[in-house]
Design a protein around this ligand. Structure first.
Ligand SMILES: Nc1ncnc2c1ncn2[C@@H]1O[C@H](COP(=O)(O)OP(=O)(O)OP(=O)(O)O)[C@@H](O)[C@H]1O
Ligand SMILES: [Mg+2]
Length: 203
Protein backbone atom coordinates (compact mmCIF):
# COMPACT_ATOMS: atom_id res chain seq x y z
CA UNK A 1 0.00 0.00 0.00
CA UNK A 2 1.40 3.43 -0.89
CA UNK A 3 0.95 6.21 1.64
CA UNK A 4 -1.01 9.28 0.48
CA UNK A 5 1.43 12.18 0.11
CA UNK A 6 0.98 15.00 2.60
CA UNK A 7 0.19 18.58 1.55
CA UNK A 8 3.82 19.51 2.29
CA UNK A 9 5.18 16.73 0.05
CA UNK A 10 2.82 17.61 -2.77
CA UNK A 11 3.73 21.30 -2.47
CA UNK A 12 7.40 20.43 -2.88
CA UNK A 13 6.81 18.21 -5.93
CA UNK A 14 4.39 20.55 -7.68
CA UNK A 15 6.41 23.71 -7.03
CA UNK A 16 9.43 21.95 -8.55
CA UNK A 17 7.33 20.94 -11.56
CA UNK A 18 6.18 24.48 -12.37
CA UNK A 19 9.62 25.84 -11.42
CA UNK A 20 11.14 23.74 -14.21
CA UNK A 21 9.14 25.53 -16.93
CA UNK A 22 11.25 27.77 -19.17
CA UNK A 23 10.51 31.45 -19.67
CA UNK A 24 9.30 30.65 -23.13
CA UNK A 25 6.91 27.96 -21.83
CA UNK A 26 5.69 30.39 -19.16
CA UNK A 27 5.01 33.12 -21.74
CA UNK A 28 3.13 30.73 -24.01
CA UNK A 29 1.10 29.38 -21.08
CA UNK A 30 0.17 32.93 -20.02
CA UNK A 31 -1.13 33.74 -23.52
CA UNK A 32 -3.10 30.47 -23.71
CA UNK A 33 -4.58 31.09 -20.27
CA UNK A 34 -5.79 34.58 -21.24
CA UNK A 35 -7.33 33.20 -24.41
CA UNK A 36 -9.23 30.40 -22.62
CA UNK A 37 -10.30 32.41 -19.61
CA UNK A 38 -11.69 35.37 -21.54
CA UNK A 39 -13.95 33.00 -23.49
CA UNK A 40 -15.68 31.69 -20.34
CA UNK A 41 -19.14 32.85 -19.37
CA UNK A 42 -17.94 33.51 -15.82
CA UNK A 43 -15.41 36.02 -17.13
CA UNK A 44 -17.74 37.68 -19.62
CA UNK A 45 -20.46 38.09 -16.98
CA UNK A 46 -18.13 39.57 -14.38
CA UNK A 47 -17.28 43.21 -13.83
CA UNK A 48 -15.21 43.22 -10.63
CA UNK A 49 -12.45 40.66 -11.09
CA UNK A 50 -9.63 39.89 -8.65
CA UNK A 51 -6.37 38.59 -10.04
CA UNK A 52 -2.82 38.21 -8.63
CA UNK A 53 0.74 38.92 -9.69
CA UNK A 54 2.78 35.80 -10.43
CA UNK A 55 5.24 34.45 -7.88
CA UNK A 56 7.28 31.25 -7.61
CA UNK A 57 6.51 29.97 -11.13
CA UNK A 58 2.73 30.51 -10.92
CA UNK A 59 1.01 30.91 -14.26
CA UNK A 60 1.20 34.58 -15.25
CA UNK A 61 -2.18 36.36 -15.40
CA UNK A 62 -0.75 39.69 -16.64
CA UNK A 63 -1.97 39.28 -20.25
CA UNK A 64 -5.37 38.63 -18.69
CA UNK A 65 -5.13 41.78 -16.57
CA UNK A 66 -4.50 43.74 -19.79
CA UNK A 67 -7.69 42.24 -21.23
CA UNK A 68 -9.67 43.17 -18.10
CA UNK A 69 -8.58 46.81 -18.51
CA UNK A 70 -9.16 46.84 -22.28
CA UNK A 71 -12.70 45.54 -21.76
CA UNK A 72 -13.44 48.27 -19.20
CA UNK A 73 -13.84 45.83 -16.31
CA UNK A 74 -12.42 46.55 -12.82
CA UNK A 75 -9.27 44.69 -11.78
CA UNK A 76 -8.36 44.06 -8.13
CA UNK A 77 -5.25 42.62 -6.49
CA UNK A 78 -5.02 41.05 -3.03
CA UNK A 79 -3.56 43.09 -0.18
CA UNK A 80 -2.42 41.19 2.92
CA UNK A 81 -3.60 42.46 6.26
CA UNK A 82 -2.04 41.04 9.44
CA UNK A 83 -4.09 42.90 12.04
CA UNK A 84 -6.33 42.22 13.86
CA UNK A 85 -5.90 38.84 12.14
CA UNK A 86 -4.52 37.51 8.85
CA UNK A 87 -6.91 38.64 6.15
CA UNK A 88 -7.06 39.49 2.45
CA UNK A 89 -8.49 42.68 1.05
CA UNK A 90 -8.79 43.41 -2.66
CA UNK A 91 -7.58 46.80 -3.94
CA UNK A 92 -8.49 48.18 -7.35
CA UNK A 93 -5.55 48.61 -9.72
CA UNK A 94 -5.10 50.59 -12.92
CA UNK A 95 -2.07 50.52 -15.22
CA UNK A 96 -0.43 53.38 -13.28
CA UNK A 97 -1.23 52.22 -9.71
CA UNK A 98 1.99 52.16 -7.61
CA UNK A 99 2.85 48.80 -6.03
CA UNK A 100 4.98 47.97 -2.99
CA UNK A 101 6.40 44.62 -1.87
CA UNK A 102 4.52 42.76 0.86
CA UNK A 103 6.06 40.42 3.48
CA UNK A 104 6.31 37.64 0.87
CA UNK A 105 8.08 39.93 -1.63
CA UNK A 106 5.00 40.11 -3.85
CA UNK A 107 4.02 43.56 -5.20
CA UNK A 108 0.68 44.86 -3.94
CA UNK A 109 -1.28 48.14 -4.17
CA UNK A 110 -1.02 49.15 -0.51
CA UNK A 111 -2.43 52.64 -1.02
CA UNK A 112 -5.65 54.47 -0.28
CA UNK A 113 -8.36 53.68 -2.79
CA UNK A 114 -11.16 51.24 -3.32
CA UNK A 115 -10.61 48.19 -1.08
CA UNK A 116 -13.19 45.42 -1.16
CA UNK A 117 -13.88 42.19 0.67
CA UNK A 118 -14.09 38.96 -1.32
CA UNK A 119 -17.91 38.92 -1.20
CA UNK A 120 -18.06 42.23 -3.10
CA UNK A 121 -16.29 40.77 -6.13
CA UNK A 122 -17.91 38.93 -9.04
CA UNK A 123 -14.99 36.67 -9.84
CA UNK A 124 -11.81 35.80 -8.01
CA UNK A 125 -8.96 34.27 -9.98
CA UNK A 126 -6.50 32.71 -7.60
CA UNK A 127 -3.13 31.05 -7.88
CA UNK A 128 -2.56 27.51 -6.73
CA UNK A 129 0.17 24.93 -6.30
CA UNK A 130 -2.04 21.93 -7.09
CA UNK A 131 -5.63 21.03 -7.98
CA UNK A 132 -7.77 17.99 -8.65
CA UNK A 133 -10.90 17.50 -10.71
CA UNK A 134 -13.13 17.62 -7.63
CA UNK A 135 -12.15 21.29 -7.32
CA UNK A 136 -9.83 20.87 -4.37
CA UNK A 137 -7.02 23.40 -4.18
CA UNK A 138 -3.56 23.28 -2.66
CA UNK A 139 -2.13 26.75 -2.05
CA UNK A 140 1.22 27.93 -0.71
CA UNK A 141 0.21 26.98 2.82
CA UNK A 142 -0.63 30.22 4.58
CA UNK A 143 -4.40 29.76 4.39
CA UNK A 144 -5.10 33.35 3.27
CA UNK A 145 -7.60 32.47 0.56
CA UNK A 146 -9.27 29.78 2.69
CA UNK A 147 -9.79 32.32 5.47
CA UNK A 148 -11.14 35.10 3.29
CA UNK A 149 -13.56 32.72 1.54
CA UNK A 150 -14.59 30.86 4.71
CA UNK A 151 -18.16 32.23 4.54
CA UNK A 152 -18.72 30.33 1.28
CA UNK A 153 -18.77 27.03 3.19
CA UNK A 154 -22.14 28.00 4.65
CA UNK A 155 -23.57 29.12 1.33
CA UNK A 156 -25.64 26.76 -0.74
CA UNK A 157 -27.44 29.07 -3.13
CA UNK A 158 -26.22 32.65 -3.47
CA UNK A 159 -22.51 32.17 -4.01
CA UNK A 160 -20.38 35.19 -4.73
CA UNK A 161 -17.76 35.55 -6.01
CA UNK A 162 -17.14 32.70 -8.41
CA UNK A 163 -13.84 31.16 -7.35
CA UNK A 164 -11.65 30.04 -10.22
CA UNK A 165 -8.10 28.69 -9.92
CA UNK A 166 -5.45 29.48 -12.53
CA UNK A 167 -2.70 26.94 -13.10
CA UNK A 168 -0.32 25.23 -15.43
CA UNK A 169 -1.86 21.99 -16.57
CA UNK A 170 1.06 20.10 -14.97
CA UNK A 171 -0.25 21.15 -11.53
CA UNK A 172 -3.21 18.74 -11.78
CA UNK A 173 -3.09 15.66 -9.55
CA UNK A 174 -5.47 12.70 -9.21
CA UNK A 175 -6.59 13.52 -5.68
CA UNK A 176 -5.50 16.12 -3.15
CA UNK A 177 -5.62 15.72 0.63
CA UNK A 178 -8.35 18.04 1.96
CA UNK A 179 -8.91 19.68 5.34
CA UNK A 180 -12.19 20.99 6.76
CA UNK A 181 -11.11 24.59 6.18
CA UNK A 182 -10.23 24.19 2.49
CA UNK A 183 -12.52 26.07 0.12
CA UNK A 184 -13.28 24.24 -3.12
CA UNK A 185 -12.97 25.88 -6.52
CA UNK A 186 -15.85 26.36 -8.98
CA UNK A 187 -13.48 25.86 -11.91
CA UNK A 188 -9.83 25.73 -12.88
CA UNK A 189 -8.46 27.25 -16.07
CA UNK A 190 -5.05 26.17 -17.32
CA UNK A 191 -2.96 26.71 -20.42
CA UNK A 192 -4.65 23.59 -21.86
CA UNK A 193 -8.24 23.44 -20.62
CA UNK A 194 -11.19 24.83 -18.69
CA UNK A 195 -12.20 22.39 -15.92
CA UNK A 196 -15.67 23.20 -14.59
CA UNK A 197 -16.53 21.48 -11.34
CA UNK A 198 -19.84 19.77 -10.54
CA UNK A 199 -22.88 21.97 -10.87
CA UNK A 200 -20.98 24.83 -12.46
CA UNK A 201 -21.60 26.15 -15.93
CA UNK A 202 -18.58 28.32 -16.42
CA UNK A 203 -17.96 27.63 -20.06
N1 LIG B 1 -10.98 29.63 8.02
C1 LIG B 1 -9.82 29.52 8.67
N2 LIG B 1 -9.69 30.02 9.93
C2 LIG B 1 -8.54 29.90 10.61
N3 LIG B 1 -7.42 29.33 10.11
C3 LIG B 1 -7.49 28.83 8.86
C4 LIG B 1 -8.69 28.89 8.08
N4 LIG B 1 -8.44 28.33 6.88
C5 LIG B 1 -7.15 27.92 6.92
N5 LIG B 1 -6.59 28.21 8.09
C6 LIG B 1 -5.21 27.88 8.51
O1 LIG B 1 -4.32 28.12 7.44
C7 LIG B 1 -3.31 27.11 7.47
C8 LIG B 1 -2.92 26.75 6.06
O2 LIG B 1 -4.01 26.14 5.39
P1 LIG B 1 -3.75 25.32 4.05
O3 LIG B 1 -2.65 24.31 4.27
O4 LIG B 1 -5.06 24.80 3.53
O5 LIG B 1 -3.18 26.49 3.12
P2 LIG B 1 -3.37 26.72 1.56
O6 LIG B 1 -4.79 26.54 1.16
O7 LIG B 1 -2.36 25.87 0.87
O8 LIG B 1 -2.94 28.25 1.49
P3 LIG B 1 -3.55 29.54 0.76
O9 LIG B 1 -5.06 29.49 0.91
O10 LIG B 1 -2.92 30.72 1.46
O11 LIG B 1 -3.09 29.46 -0.65
C9 LIG B 1 -3.85 25.94 8.24
O12 LIG B 1 -2.92 25.59 9.24
C10 LIG B 1 -5.14 26.41 8.85
O13 LIG B 1 -5.12 26.25 10.24
MG1 LIG C 1 -6.18 25.26 1.85
Amino acid sequence: MTATPTKAELRRQLRARRGALTRRQQARAAAELAHRLTATRAFRASRRIACYLPNDGEIDPRPLIERIWTLGKDCYLPVLSHTPHEHLWFARVMPDTPLTLNTYGIPEPRIAGEWLRARQLDLILLPLVGFDLAGNRLGMGAGFYDRCLEYLRLRRVWKKPRVVGLAHDCQRVAQLPVNDWDIALDAVVTDRAVYSMAGEANK
